[in-house]
Structure formats: structure tokens, C-alpha cells
Ligand binder design. Structure first.
Ligand code: 5GP
Length: 176
């Protein structure tokens, strides 16, 4: 198994600063709840929120799990919900990657039905549009990538490689 650097740590940090400027314009200096979907987004989330300027920024976490069985579409379950309400507030959902779109679709449906935010936007570090099973579009996208299995910067392979400071492509694995 080998890992090729796909997006360097420097490119990631520079793109995050650009994304933060766009997101700041949407926040407008007011109240916002930023929510990381664990575990994959934890590194991106930590870097992103430190680039955002609002002094009325709160953070919270959800966790999801997807089951991909014999059916073509995986089932997504919310394992951990928010610890606070965001009714009537601006909500920024932070994802590591949008692949089939099934996770994001479930997360957005969950927020709309259970938490009623006033406005909701999605920031994802990576977007893999070629593998979509449901139509999903993030509002703020770091990098649009090819159909490859990536690791690092929070993303794992069997729970390993999350600590890499860059995004790498894992070669010689058949697991998807
Ligand atoms: P989706 O529901 O959009 O298919 O995928 C969501 C989740 O699948 C992501 O949050 C991530 O945990 C995982 N995932 C999708 N593509 C990749 C990838 O290329 N590498 C890794 N490590 N995880 C991925």
C-alpha cells in the first residue's frame, strides 16, 4: 500500500483561507452555528473555523454512519445529534467529502426536520461529483476531485491516515 500526495498541505491551507472569505460574507459578522460531521471533517473543521471572523460563532458536532450492503444505495444513520438548538439561526454544515451524496442528503433532511435553522449552507473540503447517487451540491467547495479513494487530513482508510497533513491517494487497495 502506498500513498501519493494529491493535494499538498500548503494548497489546502491556502484554499481554506479563500473559502473562509466567501463563508464570512454569507455569515455577515452575525451569529452562526458551525457543525462538523464526524469523524472525517474534524481536521478541516478545526482549520476552517479558525479562519472565520465572526465573534458570534458556535460549534457543535454530529456523527453519521453509512451502511453499504447489497443494495445500490447505502443507508445513512445519525449516530450523534447536536447538543444545542439552532432553530432560527444560520447553520453551516461542514463535510470532509461529498461522494454519492447520500450522507449529506440525510444530514440536511435531519437538520430541516429536527432543528429548523433559518438558513443553512454546506462547506465541503472535497467534492467527487462523478459518483453521485442523489443530486447534492455544496455551497462552498474546496476541491473537486476525480474518482479516487483519498485519505489524510481527517479522511481515513480503516481508521488510519487521518493525521496526514495532506490529501493522498491510496494505491493498491480494492476497498471502496
Ligand atoms: P457519501 O455519503 O457522499 O457517499 O460519502 C460520505 C462519506 O463517505 C464521507 O463523509 C467519507 O467519510 C466517506 N468517503 C467517501 N469518499 C471517500 C474517500 O475517497 N476517502 C475516504 N477516506 N472516505 C470517503
Amino acid at each position: 500500500m502506498s500513498i501519493d500526495v494529491y493535494i499538498s498541505a500548503e494548497r489546502i491551507q491556502s484554499r481554506i483561507r479563500e473559502m473562509a472569505e466567501e463563508i464570512d460574507r454569507w455569515i455577515g459578522g452575525g451569529e452562526v452555528l458551525c457543525v462538523a460531521n464526524l469523524k472525517g471533517s474534524f481536521v478541516f473543521f478545526a482549520d476552517l473555523v479558525r479562519c472565520l471572523k465572526s465573534s458570534r460563532l458556535k460549534v457543535d458536532f454530529i456523527a453519521t454512519e453509512s451502511y453499504v450492503g447489497t443494495q445500490s444505495s447505502g443507508q445513512v444513520r445519525i449516530l450523534k445529534d447536536l447538543q444545542q438548538t439552532c432553530r432560527g439561526e444560520k447553520l453551516l454544515v461542514v463535510e470532509d467529502i461529498v461522494d454519492t451524496g447520500l450522507t449529506l442528503s440525510k444530514v440536511l433532511e435531519h437538520f430541516v426536520t429536527m432543528h429548523c435553522p433559518a438558513e443553512m449552507r454546506v462547506a465541503t473540503l472535497l467534492d467527487k461529483p462523478s459518483r453521485r447517487k442523489v443530486e447534492m451540491k455544496a455551497d462552498f467547495v474546496g476541491f473537486t476531485i476525480e474518482d479516487a479513494f483519498v485519505v489524510g487530513y481527517g479522511l481515513d482508510y480503516n481508521e488510519y491516515y487521518r493525521n496526514l497533513p495532506y490529501i493522498g491517494i491510496l494505491r493498491n487497495t480494492e476497498e471502496r
